[in-house]
Structures are given as structure tokens and as C-alpha cells.
Ligand binder design. Structure first.
Ligand code: HEM
Length: 226
């Protein structure tokens, strides 16, 4: 068995992949939330459309996008494998005697992840697939034509059900990140008496701030563009 096969079939190897893909997705979220902040700019979507054009055409960014897709798929597949193995190793289940020291998030990472995955499918179909293959209107800035992705985002967030769905999904994302962040560092063996509390605090702040920023986008568009 090669070391790759060995790593991929061992529990610790699978946990390692979960941690590495999770940390990469955390970096993706930082980039994604920062770029999307352009939605708050009061310029009719010009800066956002130019940014979206850059993000879908620049070769280096494209490479990062492929890594993002691979990380999402890897994170999902390995989480399913891990939870299957855990269940097989513990067929009776904890019942009511779940250790009280575990948090709500750590006990429900699977269900939280599943909800985020469903959100992602709806999200990618609504925006990403439209940007790549949809028939978007075009706008011209400084003599150059751009796809008007901003109009699609504004249209989607005129719908209160969509806005409510996004806000709820971001609450689930917050819980998922609140455990995932420090858990990834722990899996990588980066738990140190001195640094672990700081990693935990940064993780909690991150898992509150990023989902709030994401959630404020549909809410802002709903109240300012209707
Ligand atoms: C409400 C906040 C959000 C808005 C307004 C938003 C907007 C967008 C838009 C317009 C795109 C298409 C642009 C493109 O293809 O480059 C996109 C792509 C994407 N979004 Fe979001 N997004 C939000 C939240 C999220 C969240 C919370 C996640 C993850 C949990 C996420 C994951 C993705 C992914 C994976 C892509 C594809 C990126 C790529 O192709 O590199 N988005 N988003």
C-alpha cells in the first residue's frame, strides 16, 4: 500500500484532509466576504461587476477556484467516510449519555455541514452557474463590456424568502465554523497550552464576524434596492 492510500484510508489521514480542506475553505471565505463587500458600494454595481469579471477570468484566480471546488468535494466526501467509520465503531450510540463537555456545534457538525452544503448548491446554481453559463445582461464601463452579475444578485435579494434563507444559512455556518476552526488546528497538532486559547478566541470571533458580514449583504440589498 502506498503512503497516499495508507493516509487516505486511515482515520487520522482522513481527519488531516478534513482539517486541511477546512482551513483552505476558511481562507476562501475571507477572500469571498472581502470581495463581496463591494456590494455595499453605492455605484450601481460597477466595482462588483469588474471584480467578478476579474475573479472568473484571471488564470491565477481560476487555479484557486479549482482548489476551492476540490476542497469542497474532498471535505464533504471525507466527512461522510469519517462519520460512517465512527458509527461502525460505535454501533449502539451514545444515547442520552453524550459527554456534557462537548458543545452543540461539535455534536452536530454533520448536520450543520449538510445544511451548508444544501445552501451551497442553491447558491452556486443562483450566482456562480449564472456567471459562467447563464444569459446575463451586459454593461459597459470605460468602453469595455462586462456581465452584469450585480443585477442577478440584486434580483435574487428582492425576494424576502431568499433573504431569510441566506440569513438562516449564515447562522448554521457560524455554528459550523465555531467548532471547525479550532478543531482543524487541533487535528494538525497545533494545540499548545500557550496558543490554543488564542486560536479558540480568533476562531469564535471569525465564526461570528464572517457570517454576520455575509448575512448583512442580502439584508442591505433588500432594504436599499427594493
Ligand atoms: C450572502 C453572501 C454571499 C454572496 C452575496 C455571494 C455571492 C456570490 C457570487 C455573486 C458568486 C459568483 C461569482 C463568481 O463566480 O466568481 C459566488 C460564488 C461562490 N460562492 Fe458565494 N456569496 C455569498 C456567500 C457565500 C458563502 C457563505 C459561501 C460558502 C459557504 C459561498 C461560496 C461560494 C463559492 C464556493 C463560489 C464559487 C467561487 C469560485 O468559482 O471560485 N458564498 N458567490
Amino acid at each position: 500500500m502506498s503512503w497516499v492510500t495508507k493516509t487516505l484510508s486511515s482515520t487520522i489521514g482522513r481527519k488531516l484532509i478534513m482539517a486541511l480542506t477546512g482551513l483552505f475553505l476558511i481562507l476562501f471565505l475571507i477572500g469571498h466576504v472581502s470581495g463581496n463587500m463591494l456590494l455595499f458600494k453605492d455605484d450601481g454595481g460597477e466595482a462588483f461587476n469588474i471584480y467578478a469579471h476579474f475573479m472568473t477570468t484571471n488564470p491565477a484566480v481560476k487555479l484557486l477556484s479549482y482548489l476551492t471546488y476540490i476542497s469542497i468535494i474532498g471535505h464533504v466526501i471525507f466527512s461522510i467516510w469519517l462519520s460512517k467509520r465512527n458509527r461502525a465503531a460505535r454501533p449502539i450510540g451514545y444515547g442520552v449519555s453524550t459527554p456534557p463537555s462537548t458543545s452543540f456545534s461539535s455534536r452536530n457538525m454533520g448536520i450543520l455541514g449538510t445544511i451548508i452544503f444544501i445552501f451551497l448548491v442553491v447558491h452556486l446554481q443562483g450566482f456562480w452557474a449564472q456567471m459562467h453559463w447563464g444569459e446575463l445582461p451586459y454593461v459597459t464601463y470605460a468602453g469595455e463590456e462586462y456581465k452584469d452579475l450585480y443585477s442577478i444578485v440584486v434580483f435574487a435579494f428582492q425576494n424576502e424568502l431568499m433573504v431569510i434563507g441566506y440569513v438562516i444559512a449564515m447562522a448554521f455556518l457560524a455554528f459550523h465554523l465555531s467548532h471547525g476552526f479550532s478543531s482543524a488546528f487541533q487535528t494538525l497538532g497545533l494545540n499548545h497550552r500557550k496558543y490554543s486559547p488564542a486560536i479558540h478566541t480568533v476562531g469564535i470571533l471569525f465564526s461570528i464576524l464572517v457570517p454576520i458580514l455575509f448575512a448583512s449583504m442580502p439584508v442591505y440589498i433588500y432594504f436599499t434596492q427594493s
